[in-house]
Design a binder for this molecule. Structure first.
Ligand code: CP
Length: 363
């Protein structure tokens, strides 16, 4: 059944919050392109393909000075606010770099102890203030759903600038999932793409927002099997399992990576996120060693497979694994920058200008 179209700015927050996730997600796009980027459910396969194609096209153009000069003119009239109230290395730097590649100006708040939030200003008022200085707000927060709430807040003002969710609480990290899909697509370019692949997620799947977003995005592909390997108390949420059931996705829960490594096309490792522990130190009681990627796993992993990780890592992948060509987690970081350049180009509608007017792409 087709979800009824709703508009973010036409209803109160309580009513909006209660909508089905598909209905909500539809209101974040305008004419098939993202306006806000808030949840993975707002992206379909066609857009994922177009986004990946654009990212690949842009990274080729950017190899030449003429190409880079051309890209830097695309959004030189726009500014982005980077509002990161939770630590980040990759997402912050890749968005910052993506803005620079397109010539966007950036302003930032990374430490709310230097903002008027310490004087009691609400996040709603802070974000409304940011919208006075920027044409998009890229935000990371420890509060689940905050980016969605802020998009709703701005939709009821006279400057409803796009909000991009750069990681919200334990719920979603949609732009990480976009770069993960791009990495999978590039990895399986000569093996029929992502369809019918077996993806094994390992680690803290209850609190890992990257896995939650990627599990949604993978429902866009045919016959993908998802395995969730985690300690029982950190297993993937029932909400995601329900969505996979509704989407007819074949998935399995387990706690033994060794059982699946020999048939995996991709192993997606994650760290135990003890910063979310309700009781300090409770994660330390978990037998983490079962969720490490070992030399034995590497030996048994098929030659065509890939090992992924959103990073940062702790001990779950030995540094020695980095030398193996199947380890693509450093490529994920680089892919993240290009996919975010492409995403900003789509949000601001300069993708056709890039595709049609660019100087000859580098090889
Ligand atoms: N993958 C990721 O979100 O990394 P950061 O927390 O360093 O941004």
């Amino acid at each position: 059944m087709k979800a009824q179209k709703v508009s973010l700015g036409t209803m109160d927050w309580e009513t909006f919050q209660k909508l089905d996730s598909r209905q909500k997600a539809g209101s974040f796009n305008i004419n098939g392109r993202p306006y806000h980027v808030l949840v993975a459910q707002q992206f379909g396969r066609k857009f994922l393909e177009e986004l990946g194609d654009l990212a690949t096209f842009i990274r080729k153009i950017a190899k030449t000075k003429a190409g880079m000069d051309f890209l830097q003119k695309q959004l030189s009239h726009k500014a982005a606010m980077l509002y990161f109230s939770q630590p980040s290395t990759r997402t912050f730097l890749s968005f910052h770099s993506a803005c620079q590649i397109l010539g966007m100006h950036t302003v930032e708040v990374r430490d709310t102890s230097t903002s008027s939030e310490v004087k009691g200003e609400t996040q709603e008022d802070s974000v409304r203030t940011f919208s006075s200085f920027a044409d998009a707000i890229i935000m990371r927060s420890a509060i689940g759903g905050l980016a969605e709430k802020m998009a709703w807040v701005l939709s009821n003002t006279d400057r409803p600038v796009p909000i991009i969710n750069a990681g919200s609480g334990k719920d979603q990290h949609p732009t990480q999932a976009l770069l993960d899909i791009y990495t999978l697509r590039r990895s399986f370019e000569k093996r029929g793409g992502i369809d019918r692949k077996k993806i094994v997620f390992v680690g803290d799947l209850a609190r890992g927002r990257t896995v939650r977003s990627l599990a949604y995005l993978l429902t866009n592909y045919d016959g993908v099997k998802q395995y969730f390997i985690a300690p029982p108390q950190l297993q993937i949420g029932k909400d995601i399992q329900d969505i996979l059931v509704q989407a007819g996705v074949d998935f399995e829960l387990g706690s033994d990576l060794g059982r699946h490594v020999a048939e995996a096309d991709a192993v997606y490792m994650t760290r135990i996120q003890d910063e979310w522990d309700e009781k300090k130190g409770e994660s330390q009681k978990i037998d983490n060693a079962k969720y490490y990627f070992t030399a034995d796993h590497l030996r048994r992993l098929p030659a065509h497979s890939v090992i992924m990780h959103p990073l940062p890592r702790r001990l779950e992948i030995d540094i020695a694994v980095d030398r193996d060509p199947r380890a693509v987690y450093w490529r994920q970081v680089r892919n993240g920058m290009w996919i975010r350049v492409a995403l900003l180009a789509f949000i601001f509608g300069c993708e056709n200008s890039i595709l049609k007017n660019s100087p000859k792409a580098g090889s």
